[in-house]
Design a binder for this molecule. Sequence first.
Ligand code: SF4
Length: 335
Amino acid sequence: MSENINNLPLLRATGLKRYFDVSKPLLNRLLEGKPRMILKAVSGVDFEIIKGETYALVGESGCGKSTVANLVVGLHAPTQGKIEFDGIDMTAATNPAEIKRLRRRIAMIFQDPYASLNPRWRVEAIVSEPIRAFGLIKGARAISERTGHLLTQVGLSGADGEKYPHEFSGGQRQRISIARALASEPDFIVCDEPTSALDVSVQAQILNLMKGLQNTLDLTYLFISHDLAVVRHMAHRIGVMYLGRLCETGPADAIFSNPVHPYTRLMLETIPDIEMTGKHRKPMAGEIPNPIDPPPGCAFHPRCPLAEDLCRREPPHLQEKNENHRVACHVTGKK
Ligand code: SF4
């Protein structure tokens, strides 16, 4: 899995935070005597993504992984922290031409191939929009040829460009989304749960397509997923998120063979049958705490079977457990 990796970070996130003010309007708060409410979706995350690799962020719904995806593609601005792409601080870039150059190099594939394609546009218009927006190719015929090539590259035919999204299955629509993502000739693609809306048999086809394209086009992926079976198939390295923070990060092989953080261990125990053994797995105990009012200390302590007094008082920080494998846990994270 590591043959494409040349150890240069293409993307680096440092101290990344994103808070959302979810308070009621001021008048309501004054009348009801309620304080402001701040949702800390991402509360200080650091990671690097090496050129040519797939880095997966995993965690339950609401852990902040999709907010990280949106921060990387610029759909949200960070509350604090920075994101560097190829050595350029994207969060400080103000020159419109430079922002456009950076944006061309970063594409996104969304979760829902039904909602992410404009139903009133022909596929050719959908796929070629980034080509036109970034002025990559001039002339209708050349753009049409390029669009046909992109459709072929994702396993569709050039003639499919004439059709509308509703004429395709879910898997085919996700292929159209991938063709559109490739249209700007990106080096980096943020894949936000790209197969979770698809049947399992179709998921495998799309994941294999994405792996093939990564090799052919030397792409780097940030892969967001709640599904560890999918992540195992795709990722070189993994970051496990819990309530807005990374609790474990390292090579995929190490995390699957020797998970260290209690949350990662529970996730691996409770995923539906990753080894295809047919065994029933017990669901993970407890609910994810409310991120507006997270527990003190380690946010996982109300669900953690190993929690101690210290866990209830002090948040643990990521520390090196093994080479390139970092864990935030007072009990299991020590060397
Ligand atoms: Fe569990 Fe404590 Fe580790 Fe948190 S720091 S995961 S509560 S043992």
